[in-house]
Design a protein. Structure first.
Length: 155
């Protein structure tokens, strides 16, 4: 039981570290291009972990409720398998495999929410800036030639 939980947590942290590492501008900015480099410099590198960990309790609650409704439906609407708010003391206890399944599904859902957030945030920022009339990427200042260097001969 503890090994699976530790393995799931390690996978979540590794996935978050991989996304956060790709969002650091110092290592990846020159290779990604101007648009991507500017978008990732403004994002919080720990946002992926915050979203994944923050959405885990809600997804665990909803997954538990969905599994309870599924068990209730599969057992012919039996009162002993009623979903969470209507459970009684005679309801069967969850096995360890059911607990791990619920936790795994909830972890996958919260990771999916974090990935969707990581992909949608830069696009939404660009859309908002264009709708407000501001250029999200102002032009680079012009390069002024050094007066000490001679002008090229065009003839």
């Amino acid at each position: 039981m503890k090994r699976r939980l530790v393995a799931i947590l390690c996978i979540c942290l590794a996935a978050g570290a991989a996304v956060s590492a790709s969002a650091e501008p110092a290592a990846t900015a020159p290779d990604l291009g101007l648009l991507t480099a500017r978008l990732f410099t403004e994002t919080d590198p720990l946002r992926f972990e915050k979203i994944a960990v923050g959405s885990l309790p809600l997804s665990l609650m909803y997954v538990g409720f969905a599994f309870d409704i599924g068990n209730w439906l599969l057992n012919g609407f039996s009162a002993s398998y009623a979903p969470w708010p209507f459970k009684s003391l005679s309801s069967p206890a969850l096995s360890d495999s059911e607990k791990y399944t619920r936790l795994s599904v909830a972890a996958l859902i919260s990771l999916s929410v974090a990935v969707i957030d990581a992909l949608a945030i830069p696009e939404a920022r660009v859309r908002r800036s264009f709708e407000s009339g501001k250029d999200p990427f102002p032009p680079e200042p012009p390069v002024v030639p050094d007066p000490a260097t001679p002008a090229p001969d065009l003839n």
